[in-house]
Design a protein around this ligand. Sequence first.
Ligand code: HEM
Length: 533
Amino acid sequence: VRCQSTSTEEPKTRRNLFDNASNLLTNLLSGGNLGSMPIAEGAVSDLFGRPLFFSLYDWFLEHGSVYRLAFGPKSFVVVSDPIVARHILRENMYSYDKGVLAEILEPIMGKGLIPADLETWKQRRRVIAPGFHSLFLEAMVRTFIDCSEKTILKLEKLLESKSDGEGGTIQLDLEAEFSNLALDIIGLGVFNYSFGSVTKESPVIKAVYGTLFEAEHRSTFYIPYWKLPFARWIVPRQRKFHSDLKAINDCLDGLIRNAKETRQEDDVEKLQERDYSNLKDASLLRFLVDMRGADVDDRQLRDDLMTMLIAGHETTAAVLTWSVFLLAQNPSKMKKAQEEIDSVLGDGMITIECLKKLEYVRLIIAESLRLYPQPPLLIRRSLKPDLLPGGYNGDKDGYAIPAGTDIFISVYNLHRSPYFWDRPHEFEPERFLVPRKSEGIKGWAGFDPSRSPGALYPNEIIADFSFLPFGGGARKCVGDQFALMESTVALAMLLKKFDVELVGSPDSVELVTGATIHTKNGLWCNVRKRALH
Ligand code: HEM
């Protein structure tokens, strides 16, 4: 039995790994100690009554930062501990794959990066990650602006036509608007395809939403009846799912065919030096197809595109939704953000330089991701026996786990842990500016913004894995900077033009969750044009 180490480890971690390896051997020879882990017994009502991550939080406070959740014969290890999360996601990442998540997503994303087995992932990550280079991101700012402008124009028209005459207010489900906006942006950014969903509804858009709906259904429905023979022909919703999938696949296949027919072979360096400001098609698909030696079969390329379409759509829409939800309850913070936006943008257009100056808006995005992480759980399965390190709150010796152990890393619990955050449930964007010492929390390096110099947004390095908005380690989100810049542009442009308040009370906004945390019935807001500023 061997603990794998990676080249990024610090010497201290290496020593720990050596100690862990001998502990692991001892533990395994004695039959492991998973049995001594605290157990939370789940009831069926925990699965259906409310989003599971709420119950996981209550059990975390009751049982500690590593516990076992048992549903009848099935059990999961629930981790709410940065040291253990760091071990699974970074230090020993090659001992884990995506387990249950891969099983759910494989029919939709195939061997795309998110569900991919480690071998496929290694090959594809190497090819896809360079596509998110800085010139691509800069070119995308134009796309973020154009798409946000369309949303704003739509709201302005609605205000003109439906205004109630009492100060010019409209009631609108902003979650739906953000979903359309994010879909348009991801379509253009990933494959230069205009969904045009802000202004119209095409069959492909309906198919995308249908597929997302099914993915969510599958992730919250615990009996995988769709695997039964003939289910795809007999069960109406499965029939619809397969016809939606076909519509998207046909669309993607057409785009891939077209990109290949117009291919200009190049190497990565040259591609990264192209004049992106003048490119008609700056999309990721163009990059992946043009790259020298990137001869990849169309099926893999389609899986990659489908993965990014789904990964980059609802997640970003959710960040915008929860940012507005939180700001609407905190008018003074909304005003502070608007003052920053006015002073940075003036009457001008947003640019990449502006993004660097919009510090408060960026912190709002980060704080929204802390309170509503997308997804709230990261899922892993151990491929071999492992020793989880002792957590910060008393599990000194750690736990030996056998191969095949299913793990939920609860990002929601980490982000709201009373051990790592003051007033963990409060919306305080300013909190990220204040360093926090580890104060005797063994094995945790504290919260220190200077640890990641040059980073525009707080990240997992600064927080030593107590903040994981985009995961961590080598399987961290490839689209993180894309998504953060997109959300900042869209939020800044919206707040520059409009004031927003919730239609009902915050408690009336019910949460549901699949891959992301979203509302049950929309985020209904009163939207009003801002007075001249
Ligand atoms: C992975 C979050 C936007 C593409 C991830 C992971 C998280 C995440 C937490 C890690 C999953 C895990 O470890 O199991 C988010 C959030 C986003 C966002 C919160 C928006 C605010 C995007 C965008 C794209 C994207 C815009 C693409 C354009 C991916 C891909 C992976 C991934 C391909 C898999 C990476 C790998 O395994 O190598 N994302 N994401 N995401 N994300 Fe994102």
